[in-house]
Design a protein around this ligand. Structure first.
Ligand SMILES: [Zn+2]
Length: 80
């Protein structure tokens, strides 16, 4: 996904993997955007969540969310 800095007009590309992570993070924090630092001027660029979501499929998000949950949760003990 292509992003352009409003301050210095520097434009750069966000990879799909990055977007998946950014969308999950924004949703988790209940934010409507993902903030990232412009490589050109280091100001904060806010990329709207809706815009990012158009570039990643729901399937990818679910897969990544499940993987993240698995990784963050400690092994369950005594469930059986
Ligand atoms: Zn910039």
């Amino acid at each position: 996904m292509h992003v352009r800095c409003n301050y210095c007009r520097h434009s750069f590309n966000l990879g799909r993997d990055f977007l998946v992570g950014a969308v999950l993070e924004a949703q988790e924090n209940r934010q409507k955007y993902h903030g990232l630092e412009c490589p050109g001027c280091r100001k904060l660029i806010k990329v709207p969540l809706n815009q990012m979501k158009r570039f990643v499929s729901k399937e990818e998000l679910e897969k990544a969310a499940a993987a993240a949950e698995e990784a963050s949760e400690p092994a369950e003990v005594g469930e059986n």
